[in-house]
Ligand binder design. Structure first.
Ligand code: MN
Length: 313
């Protein structure tokens, strides 16, 4: 097995314990004082200061700590402060079959939050690329809809919609958006896992909060997905097709929900949270009454007050 050994001091091992707090292994090998399993690697530290890095990513993982080795301790200040917890461009994702998850609608005043977990196996990369699945940022809605319609027939996924009414009631009880998202991601992943018939190498979440906070947010949930190979990356749509696919399906679902809202309002309900949205909210208040807002929008957004101001309410 390929491995790398570094010799560090006790202080560094303490730092490692903090750094790997979400990846710690409870059962320590004989003589070890720290054991962790981050992405595709295992890290074992001993009282003597010896730290063993093993597994496919042992070089990258060891590289994080090279600056802390005893030989280079003369210049600890210069090298120590920046710890890159989740390095971007994980090359290993390229060969992995992953569950990916992403959400849409969190920044839009009108409409629900839609969350999707999708599974993409590595032997499906070519087919999905052929379908046009890629990072959907910058893609037009009609293009997204076209791809999504085909995609939902071909890959396992799970979709959750948090309607505005429910969102507003959770928000009024003091729940922040981050926690709502974490709970939804957890549920979507859980539902998808129950449907899956094939094995997966890991779970990649398009990161919206730090990993530890994510797990704290879902800590009261009855069923939790908490596995060693769970990765949190920002801009994850560009790192693996599973997140790109999840993002496309979530956007498609969001657009459909917005169409329903438009139909029920009798005029087009806009996306985003800009001043055009204030105008639409004012129109909604005029036509359906102020109490209707709760069924259409995220009422705690500043747009609500701006719309009322427009109407001099
Ligand atoms: Mn996202």
């Amino acid at each position: 097995m390929s491995q790398r050994v570094l010799i560090v001091d006790n202080k560094t091992i303490e730092k490692m314990k903090e750094f790997y707090q979400d990846d710690l292994v409870s059962k320590l090998p004989p003589g070890a004082i720290l054991a962790a399993k981050p992405l595709n690697c295992s890290v074992t530290a001993y009282k003597s200061g010896k730290v063993l890095f093993q597994g496919a990513r042992h070089e990258e993982e060891a590289a994080i700590w090279e600056a802390f080795t005893s030989s280079s301790q003369v210049t600890p200040k210069a090298k120590s402060p920046v710890i890159k917890k989740e390095p971007v461009n994980q090359p290993t994702f390229r060969n992995m079959s992953l569950i990916g998850s992403d959400e849409v609608g969190t920044g839009d005043y009108f409409g629900p939050i839609t969350v999707v977990a999708a599974f993409v196996a590595k032997n499906n990369f070519a087919r999905l690329t052929e379908l046009g699945v890629k990072d959907s940022k910058g893609m037009k809605d009609d293009q997204i809809i076209k791809i999504a319609k085909q995609l939902i027939k071909e890959i396992p996924y799970s979709l959750l919609v948090l309607p505005n009414e429910k969102y507003n009631s959770l928000q009024a009880k003091g729940m922040n958006q981050g926690k709502m998202k974490a709970i939804l991601h957890n549920q979507a992943i859980l539902h998808l896992k129950k449907k899956l018939t094939s094995d997966y190498d890991g779970i990649l979440i398009d990161q919206f909060v730090e990993r530890g906070i994510y797990f704290r947010y879902i800590s009261e949930q009855k069923e939790k997905v908490q596995e060693p190979n769970m990765f949190f990356q920002t801009k994850a749509e560009s790192l693996h097709l599973s997140v790109a696919a999840a993002s496309i399906i979530a956007r498609y679902a969001f657009v459909k929900e917005m169409d329903k809202l438009s139909e029920s309002a009798g005029f087009e309900i806009p996306k985003g949270a800009g001043s055009h949205v204030d105008v639409a909210a004012a129109k909604l208040i005029q036509t359906h009454g102020v109490e209707a807002l709760g069924d259409y929008c995220k009422v705690h957004f500043a747009n609500t007050e701006k719309a009322k101001k427009l109407l001099k309410l």
